[in-house]
Design a protein around this ligand. Structure first.
Ligand code: HEC
Length: 304
């Protein structure tokens, strides 16, 4: 009897050892792959894009920075572009959008380098940006990128120091499993730029804008908890035409939610929803987005 217990104990011990070694190898392998990928230097030529002196281009750039481009939001680089608040996501990491004015990183960048960063998610040194969702906005056509560069260059210099940017082990693992986008440049096709239609209130244009919703509402827009997110984080809702989503919504319902950042029952939307960006969208953008959301397959909630 005692021998049997001893023997079982030995096998259990051996099993545990193999398990620990296996987990160790797995985590080591994933962390290595992540490290190699974020240290990769991309060979992407600088686009021929420079700031403009045309006030209309500047105005378009300001509009984009506050809406579709998402740069000038308090969760991102902040309204003055002087650096945003730190998103502390526990074991995933602590992430802060840096100061991109002339008093910060902006000073080191040429206009073309800034344009390349927006279009390809590649920094001045050729490495990927982390966490900045350039893969959702890389579709913006050259003239819009030029407008954004023009606007970023026009803002007053801010001297705030940039906050921390540290990616934890869980963040690296989730990134490799495509559950949270941190290593951005590997998600962008650098050889072929997309060719979006001109801005119009159509589903075809809305499909491009809709990319900025997928980061939270999921690839299929059906919502559900973000993988690895802390349990107290808000849950993105279903925005497909399914009954559990926007099934019985009219455009007027959608417009009201997008303009006022309040849900249909009058409660304010959780601040996790990028309310600044959506309230700053113009009529064409909002309508295009709606047409697109109506055109996707109705999907029950939580399929991400
Ligand atoms: C950073 C994450 C994030 C992004 C990006 C995001 N959302 Fe949301 N969204 C949320 C969260 C979280 C909620 C739930 C808010 C609440 O419960 O108050 C929500 C709720 C909504 C609602 C309300 C649904 C309802 O039933 O009341 C709509 C509509 C919506 N989002 C549309 C969009 C659209 C369109 C986009 C893209 C332009 C978008 N969201 C991008 C996180 C996000």
């Amino acid at each position: 009897m005692r021998d049997r217990i001893k023997r079982i104990g030995k096998w259990v011990g051996l099993g545990l050892l193999v398990l620990v070694l296996g987990v160790g190898l797995y985590v080591g392998g994933v962390a290595y792959a992540y490290g190699r990928s974020v240290d990769h230097v991309y060979d992407v030529p600088l686009p021929d894009i420079e700031r403009s002196t045309d006030p209309e281009v500047l105005a378009r750039g300001e509009h984009l920075a506050r809406s579709l481009g998402g740069c000038a939001l308090s969760d991102c680089h902040s309204a003055d572009l002087g650096g945003g608040q730190t998103a502390d996501l526990g074991p995933i990491g602590s992430m802060t959008a840096p100061n991109i004015t002339a008093g910060g990183r902006g000073a080191q960048y040429s206009d073309a380098e800034l344009a390349r960063l927006i279009q390809h998610g590649v920094k001045r040194d050729g490495r990927t940006v982390r966490f900045m969702p350039a893969h959702e906005t890389a579709w913006l056509p050259d003239e819009d990128v030029r407008a954004l560069v023009t606007y970023v260059r026009s803002v007053p210099s801010v001297s705030r120091p940039s906050g921390p940017m540290e990616i934890g082990l869980l963040g690296r693992i989730l990134d490799r499993h495509d559950m949270i986008p941190i290593d951005i440049a590997r998600r962008i096709d650098h050889a072929e730029r997309s060719a979006p239609p001109a801005p119009a209130p159509t589903a075809a244009y809305g499909a491009y804008i809709g990319r900025m919703c997928t980061g939270c509402h999921g690839e299929h827009l059906s919502g559900g908890p973000i993988p690895g997110a802390p349990p107290d984080m808000a849950v993105p809702l279903n925005i497909t035409p399914h009954a559990e989503g926007l099934g019985d919504w009219t455009y007027e319902d959608f417009e009201t939610v997008m303009r006022t950042a309040r849900r249909r029952d009058g409660r304010a939307l959780d601040p996790m929803m990028p309310t600044e960006a959506v309230t700053n969208m113009d009529d064409t953008e909002r309508r295009a987005l709606w047409e697109y959301l109506r055109s996707v397959p109705p999907t029950p909630s939580g399929q991400r």
